[in-house]
Design a binder for this molecule. Sequence first.
Ligand SMILES: [Zn+2]
Length: 324
Amino acid sequence: MSKISSWLVRGGGVLAVGLGVAYFFRTPVMLFIITLAGAPPLADQAGIPMAVNEEWVDDFYTVEALDPQTFAISEPRYFRNVYSYLLVGSEQALLIDSGSPIRDISKVVAGLTDKPVSVISTHLHFDHVGNHNRFETILMPDLPGLKARLVEGHFVPEADEHLGRVEGFVIEGWPVAGWWAPGATMDLGDRVLTLLSTPGHTPDSVSIWEKEQDRLFMGDYAGDGQVYAFMPNTSLRSYLETTERLIGLLPSATLLYAAHGAADFPQAPVTDIAALVDLRNGVAALRDGTSPGAGFWPRAHPINGNTVILTDWSGPGTSSWDFQ
Ligand SMILES: [Zn+2]
């Protein structure tokens, strides 16, 4: 072999190893780049459009009454436009997600109900558990693996479950007061809720179903705009299974409440079963290799006129399909 061809073979080998390493570490590298970019400053309060039943309660939070006992609490100045939901029964109340760690949501909740409040998050990302420790009664879904991780009664999310590092938030654990099993109900007093396991966005994601009112509070599982299916522990396989199950379970009139709003849609983010069908078809197209997508990372795959699924690369062997 000539010197030049041997050099080419070696160079090719080094390049292949380099590309392999870059491929393997793409998610932490991209998250690091997002971290370097930082969060944009809070938006100007004056320019934010409001829903009909929505009002500012201070200079950060708004409250929109979905009905006299159901409130969407949002953070419209924060670029993630987080929504948490307070459901009040005749005896107690449940806060679904506690928002980002930027401010204190407990003061808003105290202004809406004098009933004892429990909190549960739809998943463990920092913008859904940010105020857990401001409440006395913190519930968690009774899912395999979570209970076993308690240390002296406290649960502490792992870095990739929490992701707060991308905006400089430290991980705080919390004491767990109770475990809510998938399929089990919780009665707030004349108001019954069912916990559903809805893995996809994360393996431990749950949704809260209020069957009587045809409502599902589903966190970041789905929604109009962008479906975040590129996170470190997202599974497209789980997305497909969960979506199939929800389509079979939920009555067609069910409204699905998501946890992130859009700047041009001032109401609580809500979608319907038709959007779930589009999601199911979109993920099936990813599985079948008929949805090429666009962009580098995450890849954007349109599923209908107003929503894209954002995925890690979806080829064979990638975490998107094979995680868990
Ligand atoms: Zn999330």
